[in-house]
Structure formats: C-alpha cells, structure tokens
Design a protein around this ligand. Structure first.
Ligand SMILES: [Zn+2]
Length: 440
C-alpha cells in the first residue's frame, strides 16, 4: 500500500453518525444525528460532544410480497440501457411505476420482499448473476426465505406433533417462522451483502432442475394424457403418494449408504458422490424428526416403545402427511395440469413452470401477495372452488398488473401520520412523495 492510499483510508467514528440531524440537547449544535437503527429503536449521537440517546420507534407490520424472478430480471433490465429489452420495458409505464413504488414502500418500511432459494438458483445460472443478486438483495434487505426442505419439515413436524397430542394441526403461517430475519424490524441504513455460496454450482443446479422437470414431462405424456380422471382423483393421488415416496427414499438412501460402506477403500479418498450418499438425506432427516416427536412429549418424559410404535403406525395409516399445506397446493396445481393433459393439451409444462409451482406451494401461505408468471397464476385460479384456498386471490401477474399497482398504492395510502413522523425522524423526507399522510 502506498502512503497516498493509506491517507485516504482514515477512520473517523463521526462518519457513522448521519442525517437527519437535530439540535443537540447538551451543546446546542445542529449535529445530533442518527447512529444506529435496530429492531424498534434508534440511537442519536452528537458529532461534536458525543451526547448519546436512545429512542423508540412504532411497531411495524410489513406486508410480505414475493416478486418472481421474471420481475427481478425486468427491473434489472429496466435500469440497464445495454440490455436489448431495456427500450421495450421503459416504453411500458408499468415497469417504472412498479420500480418506484416497490422501492418507495421498501424505504418507508411498509413492505418486505424476501429473496428465496429460487432467486439464488435462477440467478446463478444467468449471465446477469451479479446484477440480479444485487437487485433481489436490495429488495429483500438480506432477508431470505428458508429453503423449501425446511418449510416442508416444519409443516410435517406440526402434523406429527398435533397427532401425538391428539389435536388438530395449527398452521399459523407466521412469516417470521420461515424468514432469516424478523421482517417487522426497522431497517438499518445499509446492509452487508454476502458472496455467492461456493457450495452451489451451476452444473449442480441445472442437473437437479432438469431431473425434476424430466419427471413432470414423463408424467404428463405417459400418465396424465392417457388416463381420463377427474380433478379430485389427481389431487388426492398427488398428495397421498408423498408418504410412500418419502418411505421409499429412506430405504434407497440406506441401501446406497450400505453400498458405500462396503466399497470403502482405505487407500483412496472418498469421492464427493460417495460422501453425498453417506450423509443423511432429506427423507431420513424427516423420518428422524417424526420419530423424535413421537418419542418425546412436549411436557417432558419419554413415551414407551409400544406407545411410540402405535402412534407412528396410526399417523402413517391415516396418511397425515398428505395434509401438509405445501403438498396440497402442489397437488392442486399438478392436478390442473393433469386435467389439461387429458383434455388434449400437447405441450408439457416447461422447466420454469415447475419452479413456479414449487415457489407458490411453499411460499404462498406466508406471503401477503405474490407477483408471478401468468401461467402459474392461471393454474391456481383453475383449481375447482371446493378445494381452492383463499390464498389464490393474493396472486398477481402481468394479466392483472393494474391491480397489483393498485394494491401497492393502497399500502402507500394506508400510512399513518405517526408512521410518517417516525420516517422523517430516522430517514428524512426523501421517500415521502405521494404519501397522503405526509401532505398535511
Ligand atoms: Zn452536542
């Protein structure tokens, strides 16, 4: 490092104190600025005399909005004149208004747009990875949905616990239970971005997705298109079959592990593939958790082996797993596709569609709204009324983009005077244009 460079990196603790400034209660100078914002509190400190004070902020209830990857991608393109799609997006006033409203509501602490495993995955296989990652992280503030396996395990865990306690399951769908941070905290003025996960490889992502998609295409052509059944048949089959698939996967993992153990050569290093087979699979982890729930009651103690066996046998006989919300949602959408296949639709769903179905099945219950591809929204709306969840109306797409903007404007119009005061206090005036409560 040269001397000139060293000079520029001087550390001044006063740089952490920022706008908006107020009059210092001790020295009277107008440099009593914001030092920290965390949870529902903030700290002011004077740049001159170092007087420090802590204050409360109003409690928040942010709306959780999921923006599909195509929205993230279009917002990136809108702001990048070198991409071919930029002119087209800029010509449609929808995209600019969407961009402005989303970021305004983010800064006003009214919404949270968490990122998901799908965003990370789809960005990693795109040539715009860095820009996409920057965009979804600016929108999420680094708040991420748990991976889908975790959400599955949580919902099935509640089904097992409720069964062992002889009660109905209670899914409260509190977004805090599946997010990496409490969404209802006031945002710091900056967040720290994390590097790409080095254990996720592009080839690995492509392989998993292609295998999943190939399976759906096979079902579409060989099963759904050939058997004429009604919606309820496919819906029930899809969700009741999951338990069998999990059991089968447990047996397969155990067999593969035995194969690895038998073939271990102490002179050679274990391959990644062998190591993967050696580690517990998702299905095995799930089974272990269910057994744990059956073994240990919440009030303490241990159930007898006979009791445990009986509980597990009845849980499995009743196929309680088929009641998991993610499974019901997924089954609804695939049942609609099965009906379309039987009605003569030629084209099987594409790879993007299988990803969208995963997103809706796992995230919809925890969101206030999702902005998705139009086919995916149409699938949910085609679910017969007697099974369709109320959640279906939280879905927006390009077909109803006007309604999505109206939904966002409504959030802006609902901001209270007290909230505006708090925003002015910690972030200043810059994001308050068009907010009715700020005009008085
Ligand atoms: Zn002072």
């Amino acid at each position: 490092m040269t001397a000139a460079m060293a000079d520029t990196i001087t550390f001044d603790p006063r740089n952490f104190i920022g706008e908006p400034y107020r009059i210092c209660p001790k020295c009277g100078h107008g440099v009593f600025g914001i030092l920290l914002i965390r949870g529902s509190r903030y700290t002011r400190r004077c740049r001159d005399c170092w007087t420090t004070a802590d204050f409360r902020l109003p409690t928040l209830r942010k709306k959780i909005i999921y923006l599909d990857q195509f929205v993230i991608s279009n917002l990136v393109k809108l702001k990048n004149p070198t991409t071919p799609a930029q002119a087209k997006l800029a010509a449609d006033p929808f995209w600019q208004e969407l961009y402005d409203l989303i970021f305004q509501l983010r800064h006003l602490q009214m919404i949270c747009c968490p990122d998901s495993w799908s965003h990370e995955e789809e960005s990693r296989i795109s040539n715009m990875n860095a820009d996409l990652k920057e965009m979804y992280e600016r929108l999420s503030g680094g708040n991420s949905f748990e991976q889908f396996d975790g959400i599955k395990a949580k919902q099935i865990g509640e089904l097992a616990l409720a069964w062992s306690e002889g009660r109905e399951p209670q899914f409260n769908f509190d977004p805090r239970s599946v997010l990496s941070k409490d969404p209802d905290e006031w945002d710091e003025r900056f967040y720290i971005s994390v590097q790409d996960n080095p254990f996720v490889t592009e080839a690995g992502i492509r392989q998993t997705r292609q295998a999943h998609h190939a399976n759906v295409v096979r079902l579409f052509k060989d099963v759904w298109a050939k058997q004429v059944r009604d919606f309820d048949y496919w819906y029930d089959l899809e969700r009741t079959d999951y338990q069998r698939a999990i059991a089968q996967s447990v047996v397969q993992s155990q067999r593969e592990r035995q194969g690895v153990i038998a073939s271990i050569d102490p002179r050679e290093q274990m391959s990644m593939e062998a190591l993967n087979k050696f580690l517990p699979s998702f299905a095995e982890g799930l089974l272990t958790s269910i057994l744990h729930v059956m073994q240990f009651p919440r009030e303490g103690g241990v159930r007898s082996p006979e009791e445990q066996t009986k509980l597990l046998a009845c849980f499995s006989k009743a196929n309680r797993i088929s009641e998991a919300p993610f499974l019901k949602l997924q089954a609804m959408m695939y049942a609609v596709i099965a009906m379309k296949a039987a009605a003569g639709q030629r084209e099987p769903p594409n790879e993007g569609m299988t990803t969208d179905i995963d997103n809706v099945a796992h995230l919809l219950p925890y969101c206030d709204a999702m902005f998705l591809d139009k086919e995916c929204r149409a699938l949910m709306l085609n679910v017969p009324m007697h099974v369709r969840p109320d959640d279906a109306k939280k879905l927006y797409s390009m077909q109803v983009k006007v309604e999505f903007l109206a939904f966002l404007r409504e959030i802006r119009d609902s901001i209270t005077v007290e909230h505006v005061q708090a925003i002015r206090e910690v972030y200043g005036d810059k994001d308050l244009r068009g907010v009715p409560a700020a005009q008085q």
